[in-house]
Ligand binder design. Structure first.
Ligand code: FE2
Ligand code: FE2
Length: 173
């Protein structure tokens, strides 16, 4: 095994955290879908898929370094929300928590001179910056719109996502 048992255990815990984030986004997406907010629902569905991908990256890494994957129990996500703002604020708080968790993993890797893991985690450091800043932007948009003007948020997401699809398509050409 190319990583320590302590690091293996810490990564297994993070696999649970990423699956937990994925479930939380599924719950938020379903809540928005039930409210008829289809763009917000689709946005959080994409976030849920990304979190599952994060969990799977950790799973693959543990396999690659010859460790043992152990998936902990996942706590139930929050499923009901008083407002869109509450759900997006919870998401932002969650992303900040995950950032702290990733930072703690980096600290552990540095302390144990584990360069494989340190290098592997650098992708997550960049990803967390992106996720925290985009969730902060979404929260600002939601706050500016207020509960009476949520169609503005829907329109904003549709436009933004459409633009990203276009950029991805032109980059692939
Ligand atoms: Fe994540
Ligand atoms: Fe995330």
């Amino acid at each position: 095994m190319l990583i320590s048992k302590t690091m293996n255990d810490a990564i297994n815990e993070q696999i649970g955290n990423e699956f937990g984030a994925s479930l939380q986004y599924v719950a938020i997406s379903a809540h928005f879908a039930a409210e008829g907010l289809t763009e917000l629902a689709a946005h959080f569905n994409r976030q849920a898929a990304e979190e599952r991908d994060h969990a799977m990256r950790f799973v693959q890494y543990v396999v690659d370094v010859g460790g043992r994957v152990g998936i902990p129990a996942i706590t139930a996500p929050k499923c009901s929300f008083k407002s869109v703002e509450e759900a997006v604020q919870l998401s932002l708080d969650g992303e900040k928590t995950v950032t702290e968790q990733i930072n703690a993993l980096v600290e552990l890797a540095i302390k144990s001179s584990d360069h494989f893991t340190q290098n592997f985690l650098s992708w997550f450091i960049r990803e967390q910056l992106e996720e925290v800043s985009s969730m902060e932007n979404l929260l600002k948009t939601v706050q500016r719109a207020g509960e009476t003007n949520l169609l503005y948020v829907e329109e904003h997401l549709a436009r933004h996502h459409g633009k990203r699809d276009h950029e991805a398509a032109t980059a692939a050409e």
